[in-house]
Every structure is written in C-alpha cells, then in structure tokens.
Design a protein around this ligand. Structure first.
Ligand code: DQA
Length: 153
C-alpha cells in the first residue's frame, strides 16, 4: 500500500478561524478527516502532520525518507522563504505535490514565488480545501503510474 505524508506548515492550525474570507471555514481537523476518507477510498495510507516550526517540518520531511512514498505539502508562508524546506525535499527525493488553499499567484507579489515549486511534481492552488483533495489524487495517480506494482488489483 502507498503511504503518503501530508504536511501542513505555519498557521494552518488556525484554519476555520484565520482569515476565513481567504482560507475558508473548514478546520485543519476537517481537512485531515476528509483526506483520511479519500485515502481509504483510494486504498492508500495517509499520515498528517502540522507544525509552526521550520525545523520540525524539515525533520518530518527527512523522516519520510525510506518509510513514505510521497509527500503532499502546504508549506504556508515558508513557501515563500524557506530554502531549508526546498533542500529537504530535494534531499529525500520523494515525489512531492505542493498545495495551497488560496491562489497565491493572484495575491500579494511576495506570495508569487515558491521556493518549493522547482523541486515539486506540481502545484495546486486556489481551490480552498479541495486543493488538498486534488493534490492527493494527483500524487496517487503519479505514484501508481510510476510503479504499476502498487496499483490496487
Ligand atoms: C497558503 C498561502 C501562503 O501564502 C500563506 O502564507 C499561508 C497559506 C495557502 O494555503 O493559501 O499560510 O499556503
């Protein structure tokens, strides 16, 4: 069975309360629950992790090496600042999909750059909580086409 590490960056623990006009009303717990439901339907296993600390996020990416098949990450504001997260993803070499609730490209100019996008398979943004669902589907499809042995029979 494929194992996916889901990673949420800083301030995403406040979803539901935080700027709901931008990020929607769903809580992080709700997003994680919806991902678990989809994972069950897809026949994959999902582990969810959130931290506000850059180092803890780097540790989580490093820990995925060996045990996980892919990473689904919303790096929050570290998207726009963190060479450390980018290097961690490049180091472990795991297929990674970057997701954002908001469309970062139609917001402030400082959000237009992602340090992670060049080391990700792709980026999905602008669909609210649905971005995570689309990202999970894309990652699982990619992993299954890359390794036909992991497809459900
Ligand atoms: C975000 C976009 C980032 O620019 C912001 O700092 C976040 C959330 C999103 O999901 O839309 O914290 O990653």
């Amino acid at each position: 069975m494929l194992h996916i590490q889901v990673i949420h960056g800083p301030n995403l623990n406040l979803l539901g309360l935080r700027e709901p006009e931008i990020y929607g009303s769903q809580t992080l717990e709700g997003i994680n629950q919806a991902l678990q439901n989809s994972a069950q339907q897809l026949g994959v296993a999902v582990d969810c992790f959130q931290s506000n600390s850059e180092g803890a996020l780097v540790d989580c990416i490093q820990a995925a090496w060996g045990g996980k098949d892919g990473i689904l990450i919303n790096p929050g504001a570290y998207t726009h600042t963190s060479i450390a997260l980018r290097d961690a993803i490049a180091a472990v070499g795991l297929p990674t999909v970057e997701v954002h609730l908001s469309n970062i490209h139609r917001r402030e100019p400082f959000r237009h750059q992602s340090y992670l996008a060049p080391v990700a398979l792709g980026q999905i943004c602008g669909f609210g909580a649905q971005s995570y669902q689309l990202g999970l589907q894309a990652l699982v499809q990619y992993l299954r086409s890359a390794d036909p042995a992991s497809s459900p029979r």
